[in-house]
Design a protein around this ligand. Sequence first.
Ligand code: UTP
Length: 414
Amino acid sequence: MEKDYVRAKEILKKYAQEHLLDFYETLDEKQKKNLIQQILNIDFDEIITLYKNSMINEKLTDKITPLKHYEKEKMSSKERKKYIEIGEKILKNNEFAVVTMAGGQGTRLGYKGPKGTYLLDLENGKKSLFQIMCEDIKTKNEKYKITIPWFIMTGQENNEPTKEFFKQNAYFGYEKEKIIFFTQGKLPIINTQGKLILDRFDCIKEASNGNGNVFISMEKHGIIKLMKKLGIKWVSFGGIDNVLLKNVDPLYIGMTIDKKLQIASKSIFKQEPLEKTAVYCKKNGKPSILDYDDIDLEISEKKDSEGRYLYREANMLSHLMNIEAIEKVSNIQLRYHRAYKKNDYINEEGVKEVPSKPNTFKFENFIFDVFEYFDDMLLLRVSPEEEFAPIKDFTGIYSPETAKKKYEKYWKIS
Ligand code: UTP
């Protein structure tokens, strides 16, 4: 223990993070041990390098071109029928699985606990986001007489509460064995002075390292192996916070197969040219995402010869990949993006501070960074009324109130 303590102190000194031991003397033996172990397990070099590199403002030098998209609304009934038939075959053959990425912190919503346990106050009673998603998958199970394996990625902090929530709710009537939880990686949170922060006297604040960590985590926890054993060929990936997300969509699966592609995404049309949403594009010839910081009015207003906007397909976190594509990217460490988020911390006086504005940086992998490892992808524009009602903030267009209205309108609940 003494040796570990000395080693931890040396590491903290090297990276100018000695404040993390400010309350060490007040801890009991077990707490002391936990804190020292946490320090020894953190890769300080990685987090400090990420922080320093993120301070450099890089200009976009990639060659940007549009990514072709299709519109679901404009599809003929003949095309629809063809794609649905192909997709339904995959479902009926038990070759499809769902991955739900539920490891986020939900800082904007300000809800303590796993976001999937958030209760949406609907006219016909309260329902958690997990229940809403579960019910949607179950309707497809009933329709095709199957039970789709449902993989749920949690954060290390919210893994136990998530599992407990499912247990308490009797897995919402889903076949228990077909719900598989796995955890994702984490990274320390860092403040604007480049200092790690304390969550408690005996614990450094860490958080999930972004939904793009899903592939590495699937590989690490044997999920890809298990999927292959189960004969899974296609997997949908989505977030937990969109209450209209269609995890199981035979048309989407069938169309991707018909176009001989390995990956696909759904998009929604970006109404406002300068709205803060990322859009699909190609960068240096590969499918990618154009961050809203890199979008100006000129790009946003660009149209093709038929008058269609070239850069207005917004990302809605609904992706589809085949198992070979998942395997291909499962060992790739994607780049990290810096996000500015609200995080509680213990101040120098040992008092918990609860900020009202973002105060810390978090580094995250984004799932869409895998697209560039493929030559092409399917992009399918869908209707936001039918498929997009995310809960991100407490108020506004992505609030529980708006999501409730859209959900009830879609499902005709009154
Ligand atoms: P967001 O990027 O909206 O983040 O996640 P968030 O953590 O839920 O909320 P904020 O930004 O702190 O307010 C989109 C989806 O990706 C999942 C989330 O759970 C959500 O379903 N996610 C995000 C992960 O699974 N892991 C992460 O590390 C981050």
